[in-house]
Design a protein around this ligand. Structure first.
Ligand code: GRF
Length: 220
């Protein structure tokens, strides 16, 4: 066996039914709405136990209110340090007993505490490692992809580490980039792919059907 394989840490999520999710949002909350709808329809064995927002203005908070899910607003400017912000985000997740933290349009950088390693997911509206990192969010990603002339784009579900869009990749789904695409048209096509990929990644995690081996996530 190659030495790298012998020394790598391997992480297996523990199967949970239902999987308790904490959702981090900053904006419209379409991702949260999609996950809540799938849970309601019995298509995702999960429960959203708390929603945290980086702003009180996030429109997505309405979905938490409608579902009577406890809400926490954590403003980065109210925290003196990155560590303080991280603590303000993850303490409520811990208190709510969240198994997995789902970033759902969350735009702030947050440090992952040791007990949440491999327990925070994000979805990026592009194919990591292209058009990702600081400043690449929302329409910036689609504008850059069209400007560069790529023929395919897509979405990436990945674990979150302390660098933007950098942690181990769980699922990627591609969509074509067509000649007449505007950023809006491409964003809609990518978002349709996101609505399948993110729940699928959450489902696999909750069922214990993956292992994280270094940077590689092996799905079963
Ligand atoms: C999507 O582009 C997703 O890839 C990114 O946030 C956007 C969704 O935000 N992470 P929201 O759920 O509509 O607030």
């Amino acid at each position: 066996m190659p030495q790298s394989l012998q020394t790598e840490n391997i992480f297996y999520p523990t199967p949970k039914s239902p999987l308790k999710l904490a959702a981090l949002i900053s904006g419209t909350g379409r991702t949260l709405r999609n996950v809540l709808a799938l849970i309601d329809e019995g298509k995702l064995d999960a429960e959203v136990v708390t929603v945290l927002s980086s702003t009180p203005k996030a429109r997505g908070l309405q979905y938490a209110e409608m579902a009577s899910i406890p809400i926490h607003v954590v403003n980065r400017r109210d925290c003196a340090t990155d560590e303080g912000f991280s603590e303000a985000i993850f303490r409520p997740c811990r208190d709510a007993g969240a198994d997995l933290v789902m970033m759902a349009g969350f735009v702030k950088h947050v440090l992952i505490p040791p007990d949440f390693e491999n327990r925070v997911m994000n979805i990026h509206p592009g194919l990591v490692p292209a058009f990702c990192g600081k400043g690449y969010f929302g329409h910036h990603v689609h504008e850059a992809a069209i400007k560069f002339g790529v023929k395919v784009s897509g979405c990436t579900v990945h674990f979150v580490d302390n660098e933007y869009d950098h942690g181990p990749i769980i699922i990627q789904k591609t969509v074509p980039v067509l000649e007449d695409d505007t950023p809006d048209i491409l964003a809609a096509r990518v978002f349709a792919a996101e609505c399948e990929s993110y729940p699928e990644a959450i489902r696999l995690y909750g069922a214990g059907k993956m292992r994280v081996q270094g940077r590689r996530v092996i799905l079963r």
